[in-house]
Design a protein around this ligand. Structure first.
Ligand code: BES
Ligand code: ZN
Ligand code: ZN
Length: 503
């Protein structure tokens, strides 16, 4: 996909795309196209009942007097409410209609009708970003037919008066998209391709961008006492791994006085059969994406390094495969985590929290981070609570929650805060160990999971846990998010870092 920015308005292209707001309010470019075509746009709007609502789009085929065979008018909805996300979606929808047509190139007029709050360069950059995000496909395993087809419309020129500024803004967005795409790829890959060692290898690719990558083997983890993580992986023929990725865009050495890095931690269960507490077969194939949290961490590190973020961020991912076998952990086993706390493993399918217990402890011990955010496809219960609209957020810090919520709202990756209390915490007390890995039956399943994690957070560390079981995988196509691995969290965390932890 090649996206360029240009000031030239009357270039020849197979398709033109222009914008209209609710009430048929045309942008200057759309108005001009209507004028030179002798009112072809107005006639088409009349005929089709096009109002400029968000999600609406209109094709004008074979217009005369212009340098194109097709004009698509994209609806933006209320002009006052237009944001960068509106531009992304509108441009993505229009592009989606023609991306596998006979059209090879398009010219996108990204200017907005007068009265929009968005600057033209910003609108143009995000229109390009929307097209780029839409162009992604995970189709390397199709060998025949339409599904194997690549997008044929691969050149989009975005018209913008301030095209230099638009290009500069787009430069960073393109790097964030690289991160989103890496996350989508990793989430969509099957578990015979992505397992702890192969995932660690993909993490190593980030070294090219200046990320320091450190891979801990099972031997090293045993020395460190990570028995909670290792217990989950012990039934698998695949070895477990812990990968530490460090991006320091501040160019300074760490010192005791400076605040530590931001730490982002991910659950990377490359396949979750449930272990001896085996899952039912229906839908088990979905558990290839139980490494979604770790995939987001990797994609985020790629985005940050790619755009040269002026921030110090460490990403840690615990990679294990949860399998039943003669060597697998049994229900009732007691393990001693790296923190020294003991856990009675009641249900081997509640494995994510066991993995995170050790990674969270290690992250705090090694880096004294200023804050920790973890991401995990942790519980089915969060899908019952929030469906696929919001990820669940659990935290010991109001300020951190506000910053994450704001970033999520801006990027269309939203989080909803859920409670943590001592009453819920009691539900994971065990009769024979410091804690057990499940609460009481199905009650408050995502909260008791979060309470478990909180027991591994040191008192003064601001921490947020994002349960992304409902958002990591996308079942219903959205303008900028295809079905399959969503890449959820890369955009919101990149913005969280940019807005709060960058110089
Ligand atoms: N990986 C699952 C959670 C999950 C479910 C993610 C559906 C994505 C979609 C997790 O390891 C799990 O199995 N959790 C159990 C916990 C229970 C045994 C306490 C669950 O949610 O049922
Ligand atoms: Zn599980
Ligand atoms: Zn799991």
């Amino acid at each position: 996909m090649k996206i360029t920015f240009t000031g030239k308005r009357d270039q020849k292209a197979d398709v033109y795309i222009a914008m209209a707001a609710k009430g048929r309010v045309l942008s200057a470019s759309a108005q001009q196209l209507d004028d030179v075509t002798n009112g072809a746009l107005t006639r088409a709007m009349d005929a089709a009942g096009f109002e400029g609502n968000s999600g609406q789009s209109l094709d004008i085929v074979g217009p005369s007097g212009v340098n194109t065979g097709k004009i698509i008018l994209a609806g933006l909805g209320d002009l006052e409410k237009v944001t960068t996300r509106t531009m992304e979606d509108a441009a993505a929808r229009a592009y989606g209609k023609v991306k596998t047509s006979s059209a090879k190139n398009a010219l996108l007029f990204a200017d907005l009708p007068d009265g929009a709050a968005l600057q033209e360069a910003e609108a143009a950059a995000h229109a390009g970003y929307g097209v780029l995000l839409k162009s992604y496909r995970f189709n390397q395993y199709f060998t025949k037919g339409d599904k194997a087809k690549k997008s044929t419309l691969t050149k989009v020129g975005v018209v913008c008066a301030d095209n230099r500024k638009a290009r500069a803004l787009y430069g960073s967005l393109e790097k964030i998209a690289d991160g989103v795409f890496m996350t989508r790829d990793l989430v969509s890959e099957p578990a015979n391709v992505i397992f702890p060692e192969s995932m660690a290898k993909r993490c190593r690719e980030l070294e090219e961008l200046g990320v320091k990558v450190d891979v801990l083997t099972e031997r090293r983890m045993r020395e460190l006492g990570m028995n909670a993580l290792l217990g989950v992986g012990q039934g698998s023929a695949r070895e477990s791994r812990l990968v530490v990725m460090e991006w320091n865009g501040l160019g300074t050495k760490r010192s005791k006085k400076k605040p530590g890095p931001v730490a982002i931690v991910g659950k990377g269960v490359t396949f979750d059969t449930g272990g001896i507490s085996l899952k039912p077969p229906g839908g088990m194939e979905m558990m290839k994406w139980d490494m979604g949290g770790s995939a987001t961490v990797v994609g985020l590190m790629k985005a940050l390094a790619g755009r040269g973020a002026k921030a110090h961020v460490v990403g840690l991912v615990g990679l294990v495969e949860n399998m039943p076998s003669g060597t697998a952990q049994r229900p009732g086993d007691v393990v001693t985590s790296m923190s020294g706390q003991t856990i009675e493993v009641i249900n081997t399918d509640a494995e994510g929290r066991l993995v995170l217990a050790d990674v969270l402890h290690y992250a705090q011990k090694r880096f004294s981070p200023r804050l920790v955010v973890d991401l995990a496809t942790l519980t089915g219960a969060i899908i019952t609570s929030l469906g696929n609209e919001y990820a669940g957020m659990f935290s010991n810090n109001d300020e951190l929650c506000e910053a994450l919520s704001a970033a999520g709202d801006a990027e269309g990756e939203k989080v909803w805060r859920m409670p943590l209390t001592s009453g819920y915490d009691k539900m994971i007390n065990s009769q024979i160990a410091d804690m057990k890995n499940v609460g009481a039956g199905p009650k408050a399943g995502s909260i008791t999971a979060a309470q478990f994690l909180q027991r591994y957070i040191m008192d003064d560390t601001p921490w947020a846990h994002l349960d992304i079981a409902g958002t990591a995988w996308n079942d219903a196509e959205k303008p900028t998010v295809p079905k399959g691995g969503a890449g959820w969290g890369v955009r919101m965390l990149d913005r969280f870092i940019a807005d709060n932890h960058e110089k």
